[in-house]
Design a protein around this ligand. Sequence first.
Ligand SMILES: [Zn+2]
Length: 98
Amino acid sequence: MGERLQDPKGEKMKETIDRCDLCGGELRPGKTTLEIWRGEELLVIRDVPADVCQQCNEAYISVDVSERLDHFLEEYHRHRPERYLAVPQYSAAQAMGG
Ligand SMILES: [Zn+2]
């Protein structure tokens, strides 16, 4: 993913865009899955409405969606997750050789 202007969720936000920032590809309405760290917890939110690049799959979420997610993130503990995922973790030493 990119390293340009990002909100805390790591997704780019823009009012209006019609082309992908990264590759110039065409954006179409679609859905994306967000992975968001909250302290030591990793949350996954699936099926978030987004404009998705048809070339590189970069997802752009609207300010409106972002604000609603921000609200959810303030009180997500009150919601029961639909399921829990087991996520493998590796160290850089494992990943980069040795
Ligand atoms: Zn793109």
